[in-house]
Each structure stands twice: as structure tokens, then as C-alpha cells.
Design a protein around this ligand. Structure first.
Ligand SMILES: [Zn+2]
Length: 175
């Protein structure tokens, strides 16, 4: 029952997509912004990951799946904030480096910090690609390509299902 309930919560967040002002409703370890040892997440079993995620989040992040373009939560999201890992809550990308790539997936020209993502050679397709993972929990995020805009020339093509946008709520107050 709990699994189903959590599944529904995540499903709501995902389907509501960009419009959802999703406050952290995650277990306490995932809500923290860092400092948690990666081992805590690396010790989770496949069954535990499945329990923590919706089917789509699990398929993308733990089975290296790819969601459908133009039919995912953040591909055209223009809200300000930080995109965090759906697996462990680590900040991964900022809306400041997000751009419209025309691919139908959220695209960024840089991660929020160099060390937040890890890269791995992926030969599962006809072309060799560079897979991008969360450096803390090994969640599959997407791939990085060298056809992005300046200043990096990189395009981090990321699945929305691997991300959770934490909107910048205080932006109005700072003006
Ligand atoms: Zn993670």
C-alpha cells in the first residue's frame, strides 16, 4: 500500500511537471543537500530503488531507459531553480544553464558543479555515446554530446524522470 501511495505522489509530481511546485516529499536522506556519504545510496538494493521510484523513474535511472521526447516534465520548463537528482537529492543542474535544444528533453550546457555528474562510455547503441550519471547515487541521467552552445559546447541531454526541480521561490523578494 505504501508503495502504491508513494507511486501516486511521484506520479502526480511528474505529470504535473513544470507547473508543480514540488516541495521535498522525499525520505530525509534524499532531502539533504549533500554531505551524505554516497555509500548510503550505493547500498540500496534494486528492490529498494524500485520501491522509492515510480516505474518511469526506476526504468530511466536504474535501467538506463530513455523517456519520450516532448512528453516529459521539464523539456520546455523555464522556471528558475535547481534540478536535483530524483534518486538522492544531489543538485545536478541549474536553470541558468538550461536551454532549448529542440530535442524534446531538458538540455543543459553544464552541470551545476563539475563533480555532481560522472561520465561513462556507453557502447550500447550504434554510436558510442557518453553516459551521464549522478556522481552520488549512480542514477542514469542521460548523455552528453559535443553539439551544445557556448561557453562549453556541451549538451547534457537529460531525462526529466531523473530530475526533480526545486524552484527558486525567493527570486521575487530579491528584486
Ligand atoms: Zn543521485
Amino acid at each position: 500500500m505504501t508503495v502504491i501511495r508513494w507511486g501516486l505522489v511521484f506520479l502526480l509530481i511528474v505529470t504535473a511537471g513544470c507547473g508543480a511546485n514540488s516541495r521535498p516529499a522525499e525520505p530525509q536522506d534524499a532531502a539533504s543537500n549533500g554531505g551524505k556519504p554516497a555509500q548510503a545510496f550505493r547500498r540500496l538494493t534494486d528492490a529498494q530503488w524500485r520501491e522509492r521510484h515510480t516505474d518511469e523513474q526506476y526504468r530511466v535511472t536504474r535501467r538506463k531507459g530513455t523517456e519520450r521526447p516532448f512528453e516529459n516534465a521539464y523539456w520546455d520548463c523555464e522556471k528558475e531553480g535547481v534540478y536535483k537528482c530524483v534518486g538522492c537529492g544531489q543538485p545536478l543542474f541549474s536553470s541558468k544553464t538550461k536551454y532549448e535544444s529542440g530535442t524534446g528533453w531538458p538540455s543543459f550546457w553544464a552541470p551545476i558543479e563539475e563533480q555532481s555528474v560522472a561520465a561513462r562510455t556507453d557502447k550500447s547503441w550504434i554510436f558510442t555515446r557518453t553516459e551521464v550519471l549522478c556522481s552520488r547515487c549512480d542514477a542514469h541521467l542521460g548523455h552528453v554530446f559535443e553539439d551544445g552552445p557556448e561557453p562549453t559546447g556541451l549538451r547534457y541531454c537529460v531525462n526529466s524522470a531523473a530530475l526533480r526541480l526545486e524552484e527558486k521561490l525567493e527570486s521575487a523578494a530579491g528584486r
